[in-house]
Design a protein around this ligand. Structure first.
Ligand SMILES: [Zn+2]
Length: 166
C-alpha cells in the first residue's frame, strides 16, 4: 500500500487560488488519469475517472473505495481510495516560485494513478477579486479579461506529478 499526493502547478498571470469548483474536496470533481499496475507495470491506454462521491465496497468487504480495477495484462486486481482533507489551492505565489500545490491523496493498493489530465470544472480568482468559475482546462490553458482590475488573466503551462507521501 502506498499513498500518493497529486501535485499541480501552472503559470498564472493576474490569477490566484486555482482549485476544483467546489474546493479540493469537491465530492463531484472528476479526477482523470491513467492507471499503472504496480505488479507488472502495465499502463492503461484509457483514462479512468474517479470522484469522492462515487464509492464502491472494497473486495474484502470492509470499508469503501473509489476504484476497483483488474489489470488487463497480469490479471491482478487493485484499488484506489481517495483521502480528502490535504489539498489546497494553487496560489499566484506558488506559480511565481515554481512550487506545486497538493490537491488530493490517493491510497493505492496494486494500482497507481499516472498522467493526470486537467479537465473542466476549475475555479480561480483574479488578483482584483473577480471569480472565474467552471474553467475548462482540457485545452491546456485559459485566458480571460478581468473587467474589475482591467487586466488580462491567463493560466497556462499546466503541470502535474504524483509524490509518495506518508
Ligand atoms: Zn498488471
Amino acid at each position: 500500500m502506498v499513498n500518493v499526493m497529486l501535485m499541480i502547478t501552472a503559470e498564472l498571470e493576474n490569477l490566484t487560488d486555482l482549485e476544483p469548483q467546489g474546493g479540493c474536496d469537491d465530492p463531484n470533481f472528476p479526477y482523470y488519469f491513467k492507471i499503472k499496475c504496480t505488479n507488472c507495470g502495465e499502463l492503461t491506454q484509457k483514462e479512468t475517472c474517479i470522484m469522492l462521491s462515487e464509492t464502491l465496497p472494497l473486495p474484502t468487504g470492509r470499508g469503501t473505495t473509489n476504484l476497483v480495477q483488474k489489470c488487463k495484462f497480469c490479471g491482478r486486481e487493485g484499488n484506489v481510495t481517495m483521502i480528502p482533507g490535504r489539498g489546497r489551492p494553487l496560489t499566484l505565489e506558488d506559480s511565481e516560485t515554481s512550487k506545486y500545490a497538493p490537491l488530493m491523496v490517493f491510497d493505492c493498493r496494486g494500482l497507481e494513478p499516472a498522467e493526470f489530465s486537467f479537465g473542466s470544472g476549475w475555479k480561480a480568482e483574479s488578483t482584483s477579486g473577480t471569480k472565474f468559475e467552471n474553467i475548462d482546462l482540457s485545452g491546456g490553458e485559459f485566458a480571460e479579461y478581468c473587467e474589475k482590475g482591467e487586466l488580462p488573466v491567463m493560466l497556462s503551462n499546466l503541470q502535474s506529478r504524483f509524490d509518495v507521501v506518508k
